[in-house]
Design a protein around this ligand. Structure first.
Ligand SMILES: *[C@@H]1O[C@H](CO)[C@@H](O)[C@H](O)[C@H]1NC(C)=O
Length: 320
C-alpha cells in the first residue's frame, strides 16, 4: 500500500515537475536478446530471452526487468550454452552415443533388442530447454493373431508368426464376395490393419426380363449357383442360352436369350416332289425331304431343316 502511494505521488510529481525518468540501455546480454518494445522510461519493462541453444542459469523462461527510480531494477541474467544430461534408458533397449553430457542439437538414436519393435521416435535431440525431446520410445513385442477369414484363403504374404509390418493377402472362395480390404498389415498395436475382411455369400439381383418371354423361378434375390430357365411365348423360338445362373461376380451369366419368330419359306423345288417331313408353317427344326421326278437327278441334300435364321439348311437342292 505504502509503495503504491509512493509511486502514485512520484508519478504525479514527475508528471508535473519533470520528464519521466529514462533508464536507457540495460546493457548487453551475451548470447541473448533484450526486448525494449515497451520503452525505457520509469515503469516500463524489458524482456530478456536467450538465443536458441542458450539458456539462463537456474530458472528458465524469459525474464523481465522494470525501470525504477534508480535505473533498471535487478541484475541482468546471463545465457550459457545449453547442455543436456543423458536421455533416459529404456527397458529392453539402448541408445547411442552414450556420453556424460550432450550439447545443444546432439542427437541420440534408440534401438530395441532383436525381435522387439520401437514404438515412438527413434531419435531424440538435446533441445532448448536442456532436455532430450521428444519423449523416448518404448520397446514392445508386436505379434498379430493368425488371421481367420471365414470362407477366405491366404493368397500371398507373410507366414506366422506375424510381426510388425507383416502383410497377408486373402481371397474369398468362389461363391463368396469380399467385404473389406484383401491386403492386411500387422500394426504396432498387434492388430491387423485396416481390419480383417469378411467373405459373404454372393447374391444376384433378378436377371433381365426379355421381350415375348419370361423366366422362372422369379424371386427377389438369388444366391450363388441359382439358375433360372427362360422360355418364349408360343410360336417363338429361344435364341441363346435357355439357362443362366448367378455367378461369382453377382450377375447372371451368360447373357439372357431372345425370343424370335422362326419361319422358313415354303420350299418350292422345280421337278421335285415332297416326300416326307413337317407341314407348314415351317418353324424352327421343321424338316422336309424331297425326291426328283423321274428323268431328273438331285444336286444337293434331299433332307432340309429349317434353321434359326429362317433358312433351309444346308440349302435347297435342285433337280437337273
Ligand atoms: C506406443 O506409444 C504410444 C505413445 O507413447 C502409446 O500411446 C501406445 O499405447 C504405444 N503402443 C503400444 C502398442 O504399446
Amino acid at each position: 500500500m505504502g509503495i503504491i502511494y509512493f509511486l502514485l505521488l512520484s508519478c504525479l510529481g514527475l508528471a508535473i515537475a519533470a520528464p519521466r525518468r529514462n533508464c536507457g540501455s540495460a546493457g548487453e546480454v551475451e548470447n541473448g536478446h533484450i526486448d525494449y518494445s515497451e520503452g525505457t522510461e520509469f515503469g516500463d519493462k524489458i524482456v530478456i530471452t536467450c538465443n536458441p541453444g542458450y539458456q539462463f542459469i537456474g530458472k528458465q523462461g524469459p525474464r523481465g526487468m522494470v525501470c525504477g527510480d534508480q535505473g533498471w531494477m535487478g541484475k541482468l541474467p546471463s545465457c550459457k550454452a545449453v547442455t543436456c544430461d543423458p536421455p533416459p534408458m529404456i527397458v529392453d533397449g539402448t541408445f547411442s552415443p552414450i556420453k556424460e553430457t550432450y550439447s545443444y542439437g546432439d542427437i541420440v538414436q534408440y534401438s530395441c533388442q532383436s525381435g522387439l519393435t520401437l514404438n515412438g521416435s527413434k531419435s531424440v535431440s538435446c533441445s532448448d530447454d536442456g532436455t532430450f525431446q521428444p519423449a523416448p520410445p518404448t520397446c514392445i513385442m508386436v505379434q498379430c493373431k493368425d488371421p481367420d477369414v471365414k470362407n477366405g484363403e491366404w493368397v500371398q504374404g507373410s507366414r506366422p508368426p506375424f510381426g510388425y509390418k507383416a502383410t497377408v493377402t486373402f481371397k474369398c472362395r468362389s461363391g463368396f464376395i469380399m467385404n473389406g480390404e484383401s491386403t492386411q498389415t500387422c500394426e504396432i498395436n498387434s492388430e491387423w490393419s485396416p481390419g480383417l475382411p469378411t467373405c459373404e455369400t454372393v447374391t444376384c439381383e433378378p436377371p433381365p426380363m426379355i421381350v415375348d418371354g419370361t423366366f422362372s423361378p422369379i424371386k427377389d434375390t438369388y444366391t450363388y449357383g441359382d439358375a433360372v430357365l427362360y422360355s418364349c411365348q408360343n410360336g417363338l423360338t429361344l435364341n441363346g442360352s435357355k439357362s443362366v445362373s448367378c455367378s461369382d461376380d453377382g450377375t447372371f451369366q451368360p447373357a439372357p436369350p431372345t425370343c424370335i419368330m422362326v419361319q422358313c419359306a415354303h420350299p418350292g423345288i422345280e421337278n421335285a416332289d415332297w416326300v416326307q417331313g413337317s407341314r407348314p408353317p415351317f418353324g424352327h427344326r421343321a424338316t422336309a425331304t424331297f425326291k426328283c421326278r423321274s428323268g431328273f437327278i438331285m444336286k444337293g441334300e434331299s433332307t432340309q431343316i429349317c434353321e434359326m435364321d429362317s433358312q433351309w439348311s444346308p440349302g435347297l437342292p435342285i433337280c437337273e
